[in-house]
Design a protein around this ligand. Structure first.
Ligand SMILES: [Ca+2]
Length: 201
């Protein structure tokens, strides 16, 4: 049994539809609890009807949730999606996935991965090819982040997308141990979607 929890901060102002994240009832059985916050649902604001759902167990390799050993693996919290941003002009969404220290872009509603912004360590081979690359070896990747959003064009270049997020800098699965929990920050990244690269602004 799942319950839907409305998280209004994660709803774009401009869109007519709302995004929910779902998680099992706290009274559910243990098997159900293993699905924590790995599904998103789109609701029609007028009718309340669910018009689409994406479950990440259908998209990501089985090993990612069966063998998850990051923080809170004991409760099966392997994704913990905490923000959804709709990129309306592209039929795509941005997601913040706290438990994987991952920000990603997916086509929507097809749910095909376009890129992944994350510390390049410990990824399943099926996903490694989606990781954005940086020419700066000191680039600080997000860790335990929240509130990803698309920014208006910053550079007059259609090939790049600037995003902003809050980097809690608390590692759940992967990241730079040297700076873990030293600070937190708002951060802007520029992603070149043609070259599959990222830089910190
Ligand atoms: Ca741009």
């Amino acid at each position: 049994m799942s319950v839907a929890i409305l998280r209004t901060p994660y709803t774009n102002r401009r869109t007519r539809i709302g995004y929910l994240k779902t998680r099992p009832s706290v009274n559910g059985d243990l098997k159900a609890r293993n699905n924590q916050e790995d599904e998103i649902a789109e609701l029609d604001r007028e009718t309340g009807e669910v018009v689409d759902r994406i479950n990440f167990k259908d998209i990501f390799p089985t090993e990612m949730y069966e063998d998850y050993d990051g923080h809170q693996s004991d409760v099966g919290d392997w994704m913990h999606i905490n923000a959804v941003w709709m990129v309306e002009e592209e039929d795509a969404i941005l997601l913040s996935v706290r438990q994987q220290d991952l920000v990603m872009k997916l086509s929507y509603p097809e749910a095909e991965v376009e890129w992944m912004l994350s510390y390049p360590e410990g990824w399943h081979e099926d996903l490694e090819g989606y990781l954005l690359e940086s020419t700066d070896e000191d680039l600080k990747y997000p860790a335990g982040q929240h509130a990803v959003m698309e920014m208006p064009d910053q550079d007059g270049n259609d090939a790049t997308m600037d995003i902003m997020l809050f980097d809690n800098n608390r590692i759940f699965s992967r990241g730079d141990d040297d700076h873990h929990e030293e600070y937190s920050r708002a951060v802007q990244y520029r992603i070149n979607e043609e070259e599959n690269t990222v830089e910190e602004m």
